[in-house]
Design a protein around this ligand. Structure first.
Ligand SMILES: Nc1ncnc2c1ncn2[C@@H]1O[C@H](COP(=O)(O)OP(=O)(O)O)[C@@H](O)[C@H]1O
Ligand SMILES: [Mg+2]
Length: 322
């Protein structure tokens, strides 16, 4: 895809995932498992054949979807379930819902979980906009901050129209437009099945001049040495009081039970003006590379990286395959 999925930036995201594969492999060997790395290549039919040929009953699933085709992540988890493998992390349904942000938000709203007001818009329907500015415009079926830059936050109709057109041109499909919540931003990682465990809370700290929107842009996440990357830090554990952390944990667990159900997920939230957490999204199977938020949170909980990997693995061993 031209434009937004710019090749160099995209490669950075991919290289980071590969680091995670190497680290998890090493930890699994330390734990005494015999490990075979199974790279999956497109097309999806070939991936199916590769999986079918596997002689194992447990998969440590680090598959994130094929480049520019994020939906293949859920498809592969679905195949593993069909084939009767036990695998770490989330189900195919949860992974699919993780990419359908509008549907996930509708479900949260229906269950009383606060999430910013939203509308799906295309260049043809942009006149029906009825939210309050400022808003953030994102691709509706992407993750990893694809398509997010300072320009994604809009405060008037012309810039809204420009961003909706940009998203539609670069990613196809609708743009997801949400009211912009400018409060503190937190991540809570939840893991488990019926009995849930949570990791210490992270806060994203923005050190940006006035007028530059506080957003975890693509650059902030992946592109070292950019302005956004250098001015965005993570604090873990976050400096918050007990009441705030209890509220964040309660909200994250409710989101997990509703949308994710089993495996591990990172719930992204921002505090509204009233101090109530607004859920931006749930990320099923978030990045667990050693430098990732989840790994940092596990370390803050006193776990070594290998203990964290062991934890994710033993959850997969306990649950049934589906
Ligand atoms: N409604 C919103 N209000 C304020 N900031 C937002 C909102 N939605 C997204 N963001 C910002 O954009 C970042 C990425 O958005 P998110 O929905 O989490 O997409 P992704 O799947 O790409 O991570 C968030 O971490 C946050 O900084
Ligand atoms: Mg996110």
């Amino acid at each position: 895809m031209p434009g937004i999925y710019d090749e160099i930036g995209e490669q950075k995201a991919i290289l980071s995932i590969l680091e995670g594969v190497v680290a998890a492999h090493q930890s699994l060997e330390e734990l005494g498992y015999e490990v075979v790395r199974v790279p999956l290549l497109p097309p999806i039919e070939e991936a199916r054949e590769t999986l079918k040929a596997l002689d194992t009953d447990l998969v440590f699933n680090l598959f994130e979807g094929f480049d520019t085709r994020p939906k293949t992540e859920a498809a592969v988890a679905g195949m593993m379930a069909e084939m009767g493998f036990r695998y770490t992390g989330c189900s195919s349904a949860a992974l699919a819902l993780g990419l359908d942000k509008a549907k996930a938000k509708d479900l949260m709203r229906a269950h009383g979980i606060p999430t910013p007001e939203h509308q799906k818009l295309t260049p043809e329907t942009v006149d029906s906009f009825q939210l309050r500015f400022p808003c953030i415009v994102k691709p509706s079926g992407q993750d990893a901050s694809h398509g997010l830059s300072a320009n994604s936050v809009v405060s008037d109709q012309p810039s809204l129209e420009r961003q909706v057109a940009m998203v539609s041109r670069s990613f196809g499909g609708d743009a997801l437009v949400e009211e912009f919540v400018d409060g503190r931003e937190f991540n809570v990682t939840v893991m488990g099945h019926r009995k849930l465990a949570v990791l210490p809370i992270s806060e994203i700290l923005y050190d940006l001049p006035p007028g530059v929107p506080r957003v975890l842009t693509y650059a902030a996440k992946w592109e070292e040495d950019t302005f956004y990357f250098n001015r965005t830090k993570v604090a873990c554990p976050a400096e918050i009081n007990l009441e705030q952390s209890a509220m964040l944990y309660r909200t994250a667990e409710a989101v997990f039970r509703l949308l994710v159900k089993r495996g591990y997920a990172r719930v992204d939230m921002r505090l509204g003006e009233d101090g109530i957490p607004q859920v931006l999204e749930a990320n099923p199977n978030p990045d667990i590379t050693p430098g990732s938020g989840a790994a940092r949170q596990a370390a803050a909980a006193g776990m070594t990286y290998t203990q964290f990997v062991d934890r994710l693995l033993s959850m997969a061993m306990r649950k049934s395959a589906v």
